[in-house]
Design a binder for this molecule. Sequence first.
Ligand code: G6P
Length: 472
Amino acid sequence: MRQSPLVVVANRLPIDDSVAPDGACEWRRSPGGLVSALHPLLRHTPATWVGWAGGTGPAPHLPEVDGVRMHTVPLTAEDLRDHYEGFANATLWPLYHDAVEQPEYHRRWWDAYQRVNQRFAEAAAEVAEPGALVWVQDYHLQLVPGLLRALRPDLRIGFFLHAPFPPPELFMQLPRRVELLRGMLGADLIGFQRPQAAHNFAQLVTKVLGLPATDRRIGVGGRVVRIGAFPVSIDTAEMAALAARPEVADRARRLRRDLGNPEHVILSVDRMDYTKGIEQRLKAYSELLASGDVKVRDTVLIQVAVPSRERVGQYQILRERVEREVGRINGEFGRVGEPAIHYLTQTFDRAELAALYRIADVMAVTPLRDGMNLVAKEYVAARVDDTGALLLSEFAGAATELSQAFLVNPHDLEGLKQELLAALRAAPADVAARMRAMRKHLHRNDIHAWARSYLSALDESGSLLTRLAATD
Ligand code: G6P
């Protein structure tokens, strides 16, 4: 087995399978996200990415994809059900998002979580060279830092939680809270999206484990574990360049024309997830239509809801409810050829998304709770002419940074309606000033800056980064 000085461990591998023109299965680097951030670094190192390729059964052997070695961890049908759909997405996910849906606790799910985390830890131990940096991602793998340290005490281990980390009152519900905290503390550096999350974590380790902790450092036996906020971002320049492409601008013009050249276009793009506040947003919109504050004749709402975690019961129920509500609103307020809501449960490629961002006069991003929300950041990056209003939930991590957005509490229906109207009616100069400030922030704080700041904090001695600089 070839070993690497840098290993990323994440539930998913950063690749998609697609069918080549000759009918063969091809693997491509997935667009956006973590992989783009780390790609320049991963390719030069060369690094290994440990993850699941999707599906069940034996792990497919994958070649290097764009210079990054892929190391596949297999999941059985039972692992998929009890680890991914169960403990990760029906216990931790709702618990970490303010328990907006009831978290479920099952002992069988916990067994699967331990088993799968052990498998990921062993895979990482196998591919990491002596003294390597290993960066573990997200809530699916919270035990990996501890398990990996037991196997390979020579490694430098980082952990980053993309989801929110809840306040102690909520986390205390978890039957296996001690084990989860201990698992995370196997890392040398634990990164969160917001300072509040680091604070919650520090309080918990003191309360549950009796460890001395500040919002920056925790003493664990003879070791110090550092914690902190590292808000994740996007490739701002790449999205801006895509949005500025002439074919994207053309596509945007055609889309607007197909919509009947309305005065206002409102856009929402979400995974179909109960944390995203889709139902609250639809309710607010339907009340604005009913009161006549918004008219189908001159305002169009496009709701993109990409299907997600479709075998999990709570996701199925949400989809049914959203679709019933969209049907009701369109039935009640639509006109022939003019639906009140354009509802799309499809995945769009990056260029089509950029065109949608370009036609959105108002982008409504109103999750009930969200670790960061990169859609909000992508929208800002795509508004290359400084137009467009961002309506943003206070409960999205992005609100800490994008404070010039029209901020809203999505639980407050009246507030949501008022702020949506304020965003629709805002003076162009106000909108432009807000957008300019947010764009400036995102150009400085892009995903490259994020990866650099996290990795240089993890690599205290600077040895890996020095080595990389030498290969550049
Ligand atoms: C969130 C999580 C990610 C996850 C993504 C998509 O952003 O933080 O770890 O990959 O949702 O969800 P999925 O279940 O399809 O991986």
